[in-house]
Design a protein around this ligand. Sequence first.
Ligand code: ADP
Ligand code: MG
Length: 592
Amino acid sequence: MLPDHVANKIAAGEVVGRPSSVLKELVENSLDAGARQIDVEVSAGGRKLVSVSDDGSGMGRDDALLCIERHATSKIRDLPDLDTIETLGFRGEALAAIASVSQFVLVTRLREAPAGAEVVVTGGKIQEVRETGCPPGTSTQVRNLFFNVPARRKFLRSEQTEFSHLRQMFVELALSHPEVGMRLIADGRELYRLAGNSSREDRLRDLYGGDFVLALKAVRMDDGLTFIEGFVGLPEISRTDRSEQHVFINGRAASAPVIAHAVGEACRSMFQKGRHPAVFLYLKMDPASVDVNVHPAKKEVRLRQPAQLRDLLIAAIRKSLSLDISAPSADRWPWNKQAEAPPRARDTTELFPRPASSSPPPVAYPRAPMAPPVAPAPSQTVVKAGTESPLQTAVSGRSPWTWRRYLGKIGGRYVVLETDEGLVLLDPQAAHERVLYERLMGEVLNRNVSSQALLTPETVELPPRDAIRVRNNLEALKRMGFGVSEFGQDTFLVDALPAYLSGARPAALLTGVAEGLEQGGSRAGVERWVEEAIAQAACRAAVKNRASLSEPEIEQLVDDLAHSDMPYTCPHGRPTVIFFGLDELNRKFGRI
Ligand code: ADP
Ligand code: MG
């Protein structure tokens, strides 16, 4: 049998890795105690001090002594309780572990008690217990973490590094419970003062600033068992790592491989390679369907039905990155899918380039009478004033932005648009790629891809491994517009290609598909390959001659973009539009 002080130190190795894990355990205890206000103070990156004070339930003197014993918890009694866990803690290990490797002071008072109790523990040994005057609630100070475990103390990083972990942890905890007021003081300086009773959006604004929140889209979806709410960031606030991906399950910051995977899957074709979206997702589900007791620090959870959750997450995120959802904070685009624009024929002919002789573009929305054309301004760059775009009348409704007009082009490439909220720069090529991409994807999904017969059918012989994959996916290939059939051992006859791939070499295509299948695994592989093939086709087909676009063509393009599912980026993740809000302009000009 290991003596208690040894067992505690061993446990400390799992539960308390660094000052930020002390912060986590203490704040989670405060949250479990029903605190409305939590004040955190740290110094020297938490090496000297991590202190947490709350106005929660507090403890009586006996409990104050008991709570630092190993396996002392007020949160569960028996094994079945684990299935209905709604508190953040339940293992009864944290305080015992922390107190065994630090100089630890606990001051606590029950609301109705006349006085509180103070317990002083050093390296796991109780030094002092006394009555003390203090406000109701609990205040815990942890000094000189690992002072008695030199080997561990050596593993701590610089003050700065430890502090950045502390700050990240604080932000995570603050995000998880916006209803609780929180303060962070570091080395005597107040870094955060977060109001209580906040909405999630308010909390995000307090932590990240208003501009950041403007680039968030609301997420909301449920399947009757799992409820997802939260936000996903547009590409403009994407990051090179996943550090702004925050997922909370039943109020607890949680990670699981399936969740990270779903976020990545949902954002494919929207973010550039190597960029990751910011997400803040709040999941609610039956506690019995998620096992939080996988990891001593409860970082990772295990889900009972990962596949369902994955599909739901993908659907939820995709939906919110499309324009279908109306997110009051983030609905900042001049176009709005729900606008009262009359339904429009979607099957217009190829838009660009249009032969000069062709009739004006078929548009179904009512064209407002055009103002008389204004004489071109002397410098041809930006100015084209006075003409109200018909889009203004077409796009109206709940969007806080109203379309104003097309201003002109700069650099012979970018289109300048004005809205009532500021300025929009549009890259017509990227925009056109997005529009074409979605049209082609639509054809594939609706299974009416136009095929183009080859003048001379070609036979393609594949290595056996690739041949098996192609043979197993003949149906999928036909759906994608390939005319392909077996033609003997490992050989295939290709007599038609999808129109969007016309001109490509059949052999290279089939090898490409086989490779895609290998990487993605059967079904997902085909889909992913189709997406990429179509994205490339869209790139090839998209308008290259940007200078020649006429104003009606640009308006048509903007309108088509507005009606696409993911208008903000081209299929390879480059932005289609960049927005400069009046607020931002005012700030830059020192007007606020
Ligand atoms: P756990 O949180 O897993 O129960 P801990 O070691 O973190 O284990 O805490 C032990 C017990 O001490 C808790 O179950 C709770 O009853 C009590 N406790 C800890 N911190 C507080 C606090 N801030 N306010 C009230 N009670 C607390
Ligand atoms: Mg705890």
